[in-house]
Design a protein. Structure first.
Length: 262
């Protein structure tokens, strides 16, 4: 545990000392703010139209659900942003170590490959959590526009955190494959895009194939979370996906250490 925490602390410090991390965080919040502004503007127009129609027909205005009409679309937009942002968070984790030649030092240290892999993954996941917490300030503004339910918001953020963990596990894996950060980021982004496309393809195929495609896409599993529903099958999928990415990263690091020992 001590060695794991040492790796975690080291990687977190490198994030907060790296300008790339702040650029990613700044762009993430900027794009998030843009989507938030547009969704709130649309929500405000829908609310005004509902009130005007109620006055015109002398009826009680129909309540507009903030969670369904504003928060759910916002969470889905955040999921797309995560697809773009997470490869930038993970591209340097192993690739930079290889480029600088410090991977050999880690390989000959008392650290195990599991500790190295989990420490690097956890650091990226915690930084991603910090990014989500920053967006919480924007979501908090929605309480001025209505009375959103807190539970669906918290469950939605849980879904985003798990979704980000899946993307990060893939990013760490591709970073372990190469010493070039650009290749690592582009490869992770390409696979993320393929996984996103699987959900889209499910809309144009037969029911059986559609279910298979939708089941393989991490973003498709987010929908129930945005409704405030925690389904065991989605939790199992996300955790299994993350474990698979982490395990393959461990195997990659282990094979590199084995080849270096020969």
């Amino acid at each position: 545990m001590k060695n794991f925490l040492a790796i975690l602390e080291r990687e977190l410090k490198s994030y907060f000392l790296s300008p790339v991390a702040y650029v990613v965080l700044g762009l993430f919040v900027l794009v998030m703010g843009y989507f938030f502004y547009n969704i709130i503007s649309w929500f405000d127009r829908i609310s005004m139209q509902s009130m005007m129609m109620a006055q015109q027909y002398r009826q009680a205005p129909q309540p507009v659900n903030v969670n369904m009409m504003a928060i759910r679309p916002l969470f889905h937009n955040v999921a797309i942003i995560c697809l773009l942002a997470t490869p930038l968070l993970t591209m340097r984790l192993f690739a930079e170590e290889k480029r600088q030649g410090t991977m050999e030092l880690l390989a000959t240290s008392p650290l195990t490959n599991w500790q190295i892999t989990l420490g690097k993954f956890s650091s990226a996941w915690l930084f991603f959590l910090a990014m989500l917490l920053v967006t919480g300030m924007l979501v908090g503004l929605l309480f001025f526009f209505g009375n959103p339910e807190v539970k669906p918001i918290l469950v939605g953020y849980l879904g985003l955190l798990l979704l980000g963990g899946c993307f990060i596990s893939l990013g760490v894996l591709f970073s372990a494959f190469t010493e070039n950060q650009i290749i690592a980021a582009f490869s992770a982004f390409a696979v993320n895009l393929v996984l996103l496309s699987l959900g889209w393809l499910s809309n144009f195929t037969s029911s059986t194939v559609a279910q298979i495609f939708a089941g393989l896409s991490p973003i498709e599993h987010l929908d129930d979370f945005t409704k405030g529903i925690i389904d065991t099958k989605h939790l199992v999928f996300y955790l299994s996906f993350m474990f698979g990415g982490i395990f393959l990263t461990y195997v990659t690091v282990e094979s590199a250490r084995w080849r270096g020992a020969r």
